[in-house]
Each structure stands twice: as C-alpha cells, then as structure tokens.
Design a protein around this ligand. Structure first.
Ligand code: HEM
Ligand code: NAG
Ligand code: NAG
Ligand code: NAG
Ligand code: NAG
Ligand code: NAG
Ligand code: NAG
Ligand code: NAG
Length: 331
C-alpha cells in the first residue's frame, strides 16, 4: 500500500522540481505581460537623468559591478544602513561618487511602481540601467535577461574581500576575478569600463607624491601627465573631492581610448598600469587598443556574464517596494 504512494510522491516531487526549474529561467521578455511599458519608462528616465547629470553612467556602471561582485547581482548594494546595522552600501570601498546612481534607481523605481506596482525588481532595474547608459555614452549593446529577485540581506563584512582596489596586486586581481569565473581576458575587458568616469586623488596619490627615494612620481607615468596630476591633486588632503578623469582624452565617451592610454603611461590607477605591465594581461590590452570592435565584443560578452552572476530567482528573493530597504525590517 505504501509503495504506490511513494511513486506518486516521487512523481509529484519531480514535477515540482521541473516546474521550479522551468520557472526559474531569466528571460528577455519577463515583463512583457506584467509591465509592458518597462523598457520605455526606463529609457525616458535614464535619458533625462544622464542629460542633466553626465556622471550618472559611470556611477551606475560602477555600482552595478560592485553589487554583482558582492554575492551576486541582487541589489544588496542598494540597501541603506538602518538603525540596527550597517549595509554593504555603507561599507563599500568608496561611496562618494555613487550618489547619481542611487538617485537614478530611486527615480526609475518610483515611476515603475506607479505603472505596475510590485512587479519590477531593483536588480533588473540596475542591470538594465547599466546597459542602457553604456549604450547612451557610445558603448556596445548587449542582452540583459530579466527576472532577478532582490536580496533579503546586505552584509557589510563581505564587501572588502570581494572588491578590487587600486593597490590590489595583479596576482590577487586575477584570482579574485577567476574565483568568480572570469578569465584574464574578461577582466581586462571589464576594466575597460574605466574609459568613463573619474577617480579621487587619494586613489592614486601614492603614485604622484613621494613615490620613491629617487622619484617624486611613478616613472611608469608619462611625466607631463604626472605633473598635471600633481597640480590637480596638490590640495587633495584638504579637498578630498578632487578627482581626475579615468580616461584623460575622452572621459565621457565609451571607447577603447582607455587601452591606448595605458600604452602611453596615461593609466591613472596602479591597477590600470598593471594591466599593461603584466604579461598575463598585456596581450589583451594591446589587442583592445588596436581594435575597438574586439574590445566591444569582449566587453559585451563579459557584461552579459556579469549580469547573471549569482542572481536570485523565484523565492530566493523579493521584488523590493523600495530599492534601499528590505520589504520587512531586519532586526
Ligand atoms: C581591476 C579591477 C578594478 C579596480 C582595482 C577598480 C578600481 C576603481 C577605483 C579605485 C575607482 C575610483 C573610485 C573613486 O575614486 O571614487 C574606480 C572607478 C570606476 N570603476 Fe573601477 N575598478 C576595477 C574594475 C572595474 C570594473 C570591472 C568596472 C565595471 C564593469 C569598473 C567601473 C568603474 C567606473 C565606471 C568607475 C568610475 C566611477 C565614477 O566616475 O563614478 N571598475 N574603479
Ligand atoms: C517583449 O517586449 C520587447 C520590448 O518591448 C519586444 O522587443 C519583444 O519582441 C517582446 N517579446 C515577446 C515574446 O513578445
Ligand atoms: C542586518 O542584520 C541582519 C541579521 O544579521 C541581516 O540579515 C541584514 O542583512 C543586515 N543588514 C541590514 C542593512 O539590515
Ligand atoms: C614627502 O615626504 C616628505 C618627508 O617625508 C614630507 O615632508 C612631504 O610633505 C611629503 N610630500 C607630500 C606631497 O606628501
Ligand atoms: C591649493 O591651496 C592653495 C592655498 O590654499 C591655493 O593657493 C591653490 O590655488 C590651491 N590649488 C588648487 C589646485 O586648488
Ligand atoms: C611573464 O614574465 C615572467 C617573469 O617576468 C616570465 O617568467 C614568464 O615566462 C612570462 N610569461 C609569458 C607568457 O611571457
Ligand atoms: C577586430 O576584431 C574583430 C572582432 O574580434 C574581428 O572580427 C576583426 O577581424 C578585427 N579586425 C582586425 C583589423 O584585426
Ligand atoms: C571605506 C572608505 O574608505 N570610505 C571612504 C570613501 O571616501 C570618503 C570621502 O573621500 C571617505 O570619507 C570614506 O572614509
């Protein structure tokens, strides 16, 4: 008597598993029925925001990268600290330039909640924003699948070890990216994001002041560039907001100038410079510098991969009502 029941139970169980796995696939048309105006609304708000604040594209791309690298693309980086504990956002290596990104996400979310309440996740908003903004400033289009859910936790203690820093040595950069499934070539392509945006003086101050006993600045720099940076950053300890463009020639345009700069000693950060010094990454720098199509192709493929890194689906997460708060207060 127990036997047929077991079979039935087993069948039911495998049906549920099957159901779950077919449900759980991200898809390009995830919101077509539930929020058909999703892409239109996003496009309008993104264009408005990028026009009025041109720093938005870089800020958003960086926040997206950080969100994905810290336990998957799940908007854990968008949570603000609450009265009880700190969030990833406030433990982030540097928040100072992210304001435009958080403002953008809030605006998009507000508009989408009016149109189709409780439907579109913050994680999808962030992923599509990063892609559309890259395109808006001249970069390649790539597919962003939809259906991510938003995390129910935001753990500040795991931020530091998951994010690369300007002074992280190449061995560690390679192993950090590799631990998340990205090859050296994909890492070099993703860092090409530094073709837009800027960095604060303190991120490269070690390379321009008191560099060594024999040189005030890092001799890997083009000397004229180094002198310019020394002037720009002369007061950076008193004015910590002082910043330099990551790509000195075409700072607002998404192109392959970043790699051409590296070849000329115009890479801003130590980690940038290392890409063209280290023979494990240099061949890719040289190829991307010579061929923008090769860069765009590899950047697009690597962003598609980054965009689905450890995403949460179905019941593993929520659609947050506000992107900076959990739906239920965490105590
Ligand atoms: C080798 C790995 C990387 C290191 C060490 C690194 C480090 C940094 C640092 C130190 C800054 C300056 C932050 C500031 O001063 O506020 C920065 C800016 C930036 N990073 Fe990276 N980064 C890396 C990879 C990436 C990747 C993979 C992306 C995106 C796909 C990215 C996107 C950006 C953008 C867009 C900015 C400019 C932000 C803005 O202008 O608001 N970075 N990065
Ligand atoms: C879903 O919507 C997008 C954008 O509006 C459209 O390009 C696509 O063809 C639609 N897909 C389906 C299956 O209807
Ligand atoms: C606060 O602590 C809880 C319990 O450890 C955790 O789940 C949550 O993600 C933490 N972060 C925030 C911002 O509440
Ligand atoms: C360089 O080092 C000297 C001696 O250690 C110090 O007096 C000076 O202020 C430093 N210069 C800068 C720009 O940090
Ligand atoms: C740095 O500060 C000095 C004195 O306060 C001022 O004369 C100079 O113009 C400042 N330089 C920059 C680049 O802001
Ligand atoms: C890279 O450089 C190291 C030391 O500088 C050398 O041992 C190694 O053979 C080089 N690898 C390649 C692929 O050129
Ligand atoms: C540039 O890269 C693209 C994509 O990898 C490739 O199809 C093309 O042949 C390359 N062009 C040159 C001149 O090497
Ligand atoms: C974690 C960290 O280093 N945060 C710094 C980011 O930059 C601001 C302003 O430059 C500093 O005040 C933070 O300490």
């Amino acid at each position: 008597m127990a036997f047929p029941n077991l079979v039935l139970l087993f069948k039911l169980f495998s049906f549920l598993l099957l159901f779950r796995s077919t449900q759980s696939k991200l898809s390009a048309d995830y919101y077509n029925k539930t929020c058909p105006k999703f892409q239109n609304i996003m496009q309008t708000i993104l264009a408005e925001k990028q026009l009025s604040a041109p720093t938005t594209a870089a800020a958003t791309l960086r926040v997206f990268f950080h969100d994905c690298f810290v336990n998957g693309c799940d908007s854990s980086m968008l949570i603000a600290s609450n009265g009880f504990n700190k969030s990833e956002r406030d433990a982030n290596v540097n928040l100072s330039v992210a304001g435009d990104a958080f403002d953008l996400i809030t605006r998009v979310k507000t508009a989408l909640e009016l149109e189709c309440p409780g439907v579109v996740s913050c994680s999808d908003i962030l992923a599509v924003s990063a892609r559309d903004l890259v395109v808006m400033v001249g970069g390649p289009f790539y597919e962003v699948l939809l259906g991510r859910k938003d995390s129910r936790e935001s753990n500040p203690s795991i931020v530091d070890k998951n994010l690369p820093k300007a002074l992280t040595p190449m061995n560690e950069l390679l192993s950090l990216f590799s631990s998340k499934g990205f090859s050296a070539e994909e890492m070099v392509a993703l860092v090409g994001a530094h073709t837009i945006g800027f960095s604060h003086c303190k991120e490269f101050a070690n390379r321009i002041f008191n560099f060594s006993k024999t040189s005030e600045f890092d001799p890997a720099y083009n000397p004229v560039f180094a002198q310019g940076l020394r002037k720009l950053c002369a007061n950076y300890t008193k004015s910590p907001a002082m910043s330099a463009f990551n790509d000195v020639y075409t700072p607002g345009k998404f192109d392959n100038m970043y790699y051409k700069n590296l070849q000329k000693g115009l890479g801003l950060l130590s980690s940038d410079q290392a890409m063209v010094t280290d023979n494990r990454t240099k061949p890719f720098v040289d190829r991307f510098a010579a061929n923008e199509t090769a860069f765009f192709d590899m950047f697009a493929r690597s962003m598609e991969k980054l965009s689905v890194y450890k995403v949460k689906e179905n019941n593993d997460g929520d659609v947050r009502r506000r992107c900076d708060q959990f739906n239920t207060l965490q105590v």
